[in-house]
Design a protein around this ligand. Sequence first.
Ligand code: CO
Length: 167
Amino acid sequence: MALRNIVLAGDDILRKRCREVAEIDDRVRMILDDMIETMRSQNGVGIAAPQVGILRRMFVVENENGEVIEAINPRIIESSGSQTGEEGCLSFPGYVGSVERPEYIKVEAFDRHGKTMVHEGTELMAVALSHEMDHLEGILYTDKATGIHEAEAAPAEDDQAANGAEQ
Ligand code: CO
């Protein structure tokens, strides 16, 4: 595994629509491993492939229990309600803003073995899944956010699931 450089805001890569993953092979699995390592190194809650410079439809999200969801060619199959809270993004380090997201979201995706998986999320997980799905369309949270401001002092390491966690 290796850390990858995170693409920062202002780079056109983050604005492109990602293409489907054509084949789930060792290269894809290696990229997923690197994305997980890179996300954890920054205490992030999620990261999408374009944030490491790869314009393919995949992301990873880590839940409160430290379990990682890997989503390849994900699609939203259900979404309902709304919640508004502060969130950040690893591509905009140090800032957060308030965004309206679904309260509940259900995503269908392939895992690293090509198996179809369904992932449901509420609260922070719904925010994370919605945020990462947006990345695959070239949409950034700053497009939707109000009141973007500098985050408080760096959170403690065990605080990564708090609102405002970077994704
Ligand atoms: Co993000």
